[in-house]
Design a protein around this ligand. Structure first.
Ligand SMILES: [Zn+2]
Ligand SMILES: [Zn+2]
Length: 349
């Protein structure tokens, strides 16, 4: 029998049930493992989808959380990347097959075998995984990121999902000086996209449902701000953008957005609409435009993103909450009433 450590968590016992204090057993620290005292865990919208079992069968009790920031408290005998006392983070997965072409390319988020999700998943050996709404976590050092000095741990936590989800497509599709980037949606993902695209040197336009967050958007680095509810917006923005980062997960008029792309422009989906979406091929053909998708990032790129954010003094805009407030926070995320990311102070667990 492996030795285990019992750690305090907050968990949801069944789909949609309120969170409650409990404990889980973590595996003993193996030769390649690090044990982390979690300081903060961000609340991602996908936590809510999974805790409410909206994305298919889920594993309960569930301890969500894949935006984890903390400090290393123990290292296995063969660990070389991290030391006790290091500031570290964990994102959306804690292992991958390490053998497929995508893993070998450092794109473990696209592991052909399927990577091991940080929670609501199983290790390849079969044990359930538990996420960041906990005091501690044990993970393989190769899936643990270094958080540079210069970003506070609370503002760093959301970078592990929201940050990399937006950094990766901005990098892949060449956001930078001379490029016009639109960010659709001004929520947890959108506000990070604005900050990162601005830091990369792109000209940034936010397209949000209303102008209610315009002041914030301009402060965070947007050059322009438009409301999608205003029909004039899509006329004014025709053939404007090299790249659109589309963070919304609601039904949308894809053609209207596609027509705001310049020649060779690309619209990238990072949100996941519940329903299938349709579009007219004509809105792509008219400007050799592309529709694309992107999902988080691999370990090397996630580290690159954290280093980039430290260099540019970028963290998430956060509201720190206690473990007692997670149910309310979920309601507010669903109602888009958060500016812009909730972070759980795990000292309250
Ligand atoms: Zn997430
Ligand atoms: Zn793989």
């Amino acid at each position: 029998m492996p030795v285990t450590t019992t750690v305090p968590v907050i968990q949801t016992p069944s789909a949609g049930a309120p969170f409650e204090r409990s404990t889980v057993e973590l595996r003993d620290v193996g030769p390649n493992d690090v044990q982390i005292d979690i300081a903060f865990a961000g609340i991602c919208h996908s936590d809510i989808h999974q805790a409410r079992e909206e994305w298919g069968k889920a594993i309960f009790p569930m301890v969500p959380g894949h935006e984890i920031a903390g400090v290393v408290t123990q290292v296995g005998s063969d660990v070389s990347k991290h030391e006790v006392g290091d500031r570290v983070g964990i994102g959306c997965f804690v292992d991958s097959c390490r053998e497929c072409e995508n893993c070998l390319a450092g794109e473990q988020q696209f592991c052909v075998k399927g990577n091991v999700p940080t929670y609501n998943g199983r290790q390849y050996t079969g044990e359930e995984t538990y996420g960041g709404y906990a005091k501690q976590i044990v993970a393989d050092e190769n899936y643990v990121l270094s958080i540079p000095e210069g970003i506070a741990l609370d503002e760093a936590a959301p970078l592990l999902c929201a940050g990399i989800t937006t950094y990766s497509p901005l990098k892949h599709w060449g956001a930078g000086p001379g490029k016009k980037v639109a960010v659709v949606g001004m929520g947890g993902l959108g506000h990070m996209a604005v900050k990162i695209a601005h830091a990369m040197g792109a000209e940034v336009t936010v397209i949000s449902q209303t102008l209610s967050k315009q002041e914030d958007g301009l402060k965070l680095g947007a050059d322009h701000y438009y409301a999608s509810s205003d029909p004039e917006t899509f006329k004014a923005l025709r053939s404007s953008f090299d790249l659109i980062i589309n963070t919304i997960s609601a039904d949308m008029d894809i053609d209207a957005y596609a027509r705001t792309l310049r020649l060779n422009g690309t619209m990238v989906f990072v949100g996941l609409p519940e329903n299938p979406q349709s579009f007219s091929a004509g809105s792509l053909i008219g400007g050799r435009r592309s529709l694309a998708g992107s999902n988080i990032g691999g370990i090397p790129e996630t580290q690159e993103m954290l280093d980039f954010c430290a260099e540019h003094q970028i963290g998430a805009e956060i509201e720190t909450i206690s473990a007692d407030d997670v149910d309310d926070a979920y309601e507010r995320v669903v109602a888009s009433k958060v500016r812009y990311r909730f972070v759980i102070d795990t000292a309250t667990i």
